[in-house]
Design a protein around this ligand. Structure first.
Ligand SMILES: [Zn+2]
Length: 247
């Protein structure tokens, strides 16, 4: 007698040993909370949207009985982290992120679009998970093992390898399209930008910039001055192209 887990959607792609067991099922010969059973097969708990057996939704702490079959379903975007659910009972009051080194460029793009995103190339996995748990941030990574850490409450395994596609993936998954605030946060250090008078920064501007632009912002963290030049137009175009396929 076994416990059978059936993994639906793209959860099947995350299973360990896929080349040997192409079917999206796993028969298990031990009893444990379903969170442990799911993660032992390679799927981080953050990727699971619902667990169903006997027509009932189950929590991660549920211990199945021998002979039971459980259907493990992925999330259905958009995922709202401010709404508690059976699997994720601790809601977050904001969509703030922490990312690891494998998706570092994504951190800059999230900041460009106004989302509070922490990233430090010196942090190890334990520290990143600790920041995610303590500061109640959504962890974004391409590392399945990092998402399995107990400190991680909300997270998302990034599928794409391209930063702009990764940004679109996050915006789609967490339903953030209407909350984009372009050029309001420093892409280098994550600090919100403040409006500044032209007179206060004019000494630092190139002659052409002095002539052409009147509105400036400044980062209180690193002191960088920003204005709406041609680079802003390019970023707007890239963002529009990345989001074009989102509903
Ligand atoms: Zn800065």
């Amino acid at each position: 007698m076994n416990v059978r887990l059936i993994f639906h959607g793209d959860l099947a792609d995350m299973l360990n040993g896929l080349h040997r067991f192409p079917e999206p099922c796993r028969d298990l010969s031990r009893l444990a909370p379903v969170k442990d059973l799911v993660e032992s097969r390679g799927v981080p708990h953050t990727e699971v949207g619902s667990i169903v057996s006997g027509n009932r939704n189950r929590s991660f702490q549920y211990i199945p009985h021998w002979g039971e079959t459980l259907d493990i379903h992925p999330h259905k975007p958009p995922v709202d982290v401010s709404r508690p659910s059976l699997l994720f009972p601790e809601p977050f009051d904001r969509s703030a992120f922490v990312v690891d080194v494998n998706v570092a460029r994504l951190a800059s793009l999230l900041r460009l679009t106004g989302f509070d995103t922490l990233y430090d190339p010196h942090w190890g996995d334990a520290q990143i998970a600790d920041v995610a748990g303590k500061d109640r941030r959504i962890l974004l990574t391409r590392d399945k093992e990092l998402l399995k850490r107990n400190r991680v409450l909300w997270g998302h395994l990034i599928r794409s390898q391209h930063p702009w596609e990764q940004l679109a993936e996050v915006i789609h998954f967490f339903g953030l399209k209407d909350r984009i605030e372009l050029f309001t946060r420093c892409p280098k250090c994550n600090v919100p930008l403040v409006r500044t008078d032209k007179g206060d920064v004019i000494e630092r501007l190139e002659p052409l910039t002095r002539l052409m632009y009147e509105r400036f912002t400044r980062c209180p963290g690193c002191g960088q001055v920003y204005w709406s030049g041609s680079h802003h137009s390019r970023i707007r175009e890239k963002l529009a192209a990345a989001l074009v396929n989102l509903q």
